[in-house]
Design a protein around this ligand. Structure first.
Ligand code: 6PG
Length: 233
């Protein structure tokens, strides 16, 4: 049973203030407890609206490592790059940002390269913050030939390469993504979604769980911790 608590806001600004505060608390608590923090942040358009609320906080940024939950296999200066938006926000604050996408033409090999980079980091992440597409993908776990591998990868496997099918309209490129196991290993998982359409998709996915027709339902079906979902119209 997926235990989800919905936090509703009247605007994206209100949501951004709340999520920025929550993530700041997670980072500060992690550094207090373990001397460092590793957080995994989403791609897409909502994250970059929230990131400034986070980096404006007086936090020990030099002890913080930030990774994307997933990335498109495009050059880092490509506007479709997830790590590009993360680096723009967090490098000036003094955080360490680790890209996981490499320009290896074979997306499966790119997945191996992403996994190798993540194997060098102290695990698990203190936070995995997920977004969701209208098609119910999360991170870059999509319907398609690589969905089962992303869901069933062993705990030791932190990232894989994926080829979405059908391709998403906004970024029709192969990707690398955290696996379900690495997402669910996080000390805290939070989700941000906007709009009624995505809310309906996510509510149905949570209700369906393992039998969900969309990726996020399959990912969350094995979660063993409560999840905060932050939503605004
Ligand atoms: C990706 C993203 C994806 C994103 C959601 C939410 O590379 O496709 O990581 O999982 O987080 O699609 O995107 P929005 O914030 O734009 O709704």
């Amino acid at each position: 049973m997926i235990e989800a608590e919905w936090w509703e806001y009247d605007s994206l600004e209100e949501l951004a203030d709340a999520v920025g505060g929550d993530v700041g608390f997670i980072v500060e608590s992690a550094v207090d407890a373990r001397g460092a923090s590793l957080i995994a942040l989403p791609g897409g358009t909502t994250g970059p609206v929230i990131f400034p609320r986070l980096v404006s906080q007086q936090l020990p940024w030099k002890k913080v490592t930030v990774i994307p939950t997933d990335d498109r296999l495009v050059p880092m200066d490509d506007e479709r790059s997830n790590v590009r938006a993360i680096a723009k926000a967090f490098l000036p604050a003094g955080a360490r940002v680790i890209p996981i996408a490499t320009e290896i033409p074979d997306y499966k090999l790119a997945g191996n390269s992403a996994d190798a980079r993540l194997q060098d980091l102290p695990w698990p992440p203190d936070l995995v913050w997920l977004g969701m597409g209208k098609d119910g993908h999360t991170a870059s776990i999509f319907a398609g030939p690589d969905l089962q591998e992303a869901l069933d990868a062993p705990k030791a496997r932190r990232a894989i390469g994926v080829m979405p099918e059908p391709m998403p309209v906004d970024a029709p490129v192969p990707r690398v993504t955290l696996t379900r196991a690495s997402i669910l290993s996080a000390r805290t998982i939070l989700i941000t979604v906007t709009g009624d359409e995505k809310r309906a998709v996510l509510e149905q996915a949570i209700a369906d769980g393992q039998s969900s027709k969309v990726a996020i339902g399959r990912v969350l079906s094995e979660v063993d911790q409560p999840i905060d979902i932050h939503w605004c119209p």
